[in-house]
Write a protein that binds this ligand. Structure first.
Ligand SMILES: *Cc1c(COP(=O)(O)O)cnc(C)c1O
Length: 427
């Protein structure tokens, strides 16, 4: 094994240090495997109950009428997310699109959207109109209000009570911290917030941005009362195989609204060809619990290794996980760049290219990104990025297999080591 790692450019110092860190993580990894086992059974059962068959993988074109594969997959998703219905489509281009669809389909002029988990994910700012944009909810007369999380990252129940107004129609809760440093919300916490909101006004719709959270716990927000649960298929539930797509699982009435908005009033869920992606959607979903477990192990390994090296990490090495994102603060541009170079160098695809910081639309500083992915932009595959400004934090996520996630972290540490940016503690 040591020789194999040496042939991959990992020195004995880094390899030994990594093994020492991993020694201490055995029981945590066992728990992750247990959850993956539970979630794997949940997925298999949902597929069996929906009588998934080889026919479901057939391609459809044109209108896509009577697409059994598409309809059955939506039944499987509804079952896994404990909702009445679901919309799972390649026509939903990404997570942002799925969220924009869920919002615009269920809000009408004069309604108010209330976020109770603080500032929503960056790309939603233009969807909502927090940053003005063509076609935003604001342009259609939907207003927006926000209640921040308390300093300890929990819901501000008093603030929520005060913010609910007669025109409040929908509440948004973002499970994952995204690229903020607040803690990620657990499904149990989300459930408490939903119960609280429904106790004040049962008619308020509760939507959960579930991106990066799927299969991290044994329950999903649909089980604790969410009216809509929304995510991307190039994150956890696509299992690395889905080439694109998004999902919305929710109440029948919310999903019908979404379908009429996605296709057309009157057509709804009945149309939408599958273009031959069905096998990858099913097989990706089948793999998603173990893929998510691999990504989680990578995140925990990274947190513990870099914490030992003295860098601030969020979540810390010991914290319970509710999503797969790991932030590491390097404090210097050199550290952030070396980390991303290491992640890139470990990839099966494009390992020979060197990531460079670059100006990106929507960012006020240069950004460096590392990804050598089979599916472009897929962040369930091993990837990292970070803006070139203090605290020079890298956001790291994904890894379709645990050995690949492990190699990525080791390569990153190797790169920092070779550049003299870290000292390996003596075992
Ligand atoms: C990734 C993400 C989104 C947006 O998904 P895209 O597929 O990148 O458009 C929204 N919310 C959260 C919390 C995310 O992590």
């Amino acid at each position: 094994m040591t020789e194999m790692y040496e042939s991959m450019g990992i020195s004995r110092e880094v390899a030994d240090f990594s093994e020492e860190i991993l020694e201490g993580l055995k029981s945590r990894f066992e728990k992750i495997d247990e959850r993956a086992e539970y979630n794997q059974l949940k997925v298999i059962k949902a597929m069996q109950d929906a009588r998934v068959s080889a026919e479901c993988f057939e391609t459809s074109s044109g209108y896509g009428y009577n697409d059994r594969g598409r309809d059955t997959l939506e039944e499987v998703y509804a079952n896994i997310f404990h909702t009445e219905a679901a919309l799972v489509r390649p026509q939903i281009t990404c997570g942002t699109h799925a969220l924009a669809l869920a919002l615009s389909a269920n809000l009408r002029p004069g309604d108010e959207l209330l976020s109770v988990s603080g500032k929503p994910y960056d790309t939603l700012e233009e969807v909502i109109g927090i940053r003005p944009s063509r076609g935003s909810l604001a342009e259609y007369g939907v207003t927006y209000a926000q209640v921040d999380l308390l300093p300890d990252g929990s819901f501000d129940f008093d603030g929520i009570r005060q913010a609910i107004r007669p025109q409040t129609r929908m509440i948004e809760i973002q499970r994952s911290k995204g690229y903020q440093t607040r803690p990620t919300l657990s499904v149990a916490q989300i459930g408490e917030a939903i119960s609280f909101i429904k106790s004040i006004r049962p008619d308020i719709l509760c939507m959960v941005d579930n991106c990066y959270g799927e299969f991290v716990e044994c329950t999903e927000p649909g089980e604790v009362g969410a009216d809509m649960v929304v995510g991307s298929l190039i994150k956890n539930p696509g299992g690395g195989l889905a080439p694109a797509g998004g999902y919305i699982a929710g109440t029948l009435s919310c999903i019908e609204q979404c379908a009429f908005r996605l296709t057309s009033p009157g057509l709804g869920r009945e149309v939408g060809a599958n273009f031959g992606v069905m096998q990858s959607f099913y097989q990706g979903l089948f793999l998603a619990p173990t893929v998510t477990a691999a990504a989680l192990k990578g995140a925990i390994f990274a947190a513990n290794l870099y914490e030992r090296l003295g860098f601030p990490v969020v979540p810390d090495g010991k914290e319970e996980r509710h999503d797969i994102i790991q932030a590491i603060e390097f404090g210097t541009p050199e550290g952030l760049i070396a980390f991303c170079e290491g992640i890139q160098a470990a990839a099966p695809v494009d390992s020979y290219v060197t990531p460079e910081p670059w100006a990106m639309p929507g960012y006020d500083s240069d950004v460096i990104m590392a990804a050598g992915a089979f599916v472009q932009g897929s962040s369930i595959e091993l990837s990292a990025d970070g803006p070139l400004k203090p605290p020079y934090a890298a956001y790291f996520q994904g890894g379709l297999t645990w050995p690949h996630a492990k190699l990525g972290i080791m390569k990153s540490a190797q790169r920092l080591y070779e550049k003299g940016l870290i000292k390996i503690p003596q075992c």
